[in-house]
Design a protein around this ligand. Structure first.
Ligand code: C2G
Length: 129
């Protein structure tokens, strides 16, 4: 059983997120999503989410590619998560390319091309017009 993990905020869930989750799952048999908590988003990522952690978690759990959702509460938990969840593959969109290469001592590290043209920021901006 190849176990995959990815991290993110996944606010205003859109097809770019789904494309990432689909490709991440295709790299293994079991996909863990570490979902940024409201505290982590606001205090460490400067992101104010539209949906709460519980709402974002419920939406992710409804996606066929997602097997488990865990909280991401800090930048430093990735090494421990990889060990705790017996992760074989760490996946992120390539806007993070290179940033998590240190994990390659513990597991494969894969950066997937982002889906162009869509982002939560773009959705918010265009809806605001
Ligand atoms: N993504 C994508 N294509 C888009 C938008 C997002 O492939 N058009 C990917 C991102 O690259 C990321 C995932 O979807 O891998 C989640 O995106 P965000 O919710 O924006 O995650 P982010 O804020 O980058 O959080 O510790 C890591 C951070 O928690 C990552």
């Amino acid at each position: 059983m190849r176990r995959v993990i990815t991290y993110g905020t996944f606010d205003l869930l859109h097809y770019g997120h789904i494309n990432l989750l689909r490709r991440a799952k295709a790299l293994g048999d079991y996909l863990v999503v570490a979902l940024s908590t409201d505290r982590f988003n606001w205090e460490d990522k400067g992101k104010k989410c539209y949906f709460t952690y519980e709402e974002r978690k419920a939406m992710l759990e409804a996606i066929r590619y997602v097997d488990l959702v865990i909280p991401e509460d800090n930048w430093a938990q990735k090494r421990a998560d990889v060990e705790e969840y017996n992760i074989d593959v760490f996946v992120m969109g390539d806007d993070w390319a290179g940033k998590f290469d240190f994990l390659s001592e513990q597991c494969e590290v894969v950066y997937l091309p982002r889906t162009p043209e869509i982002s939560t920021t773009k959705i918010k901006t265009e809806l605001h017009k």
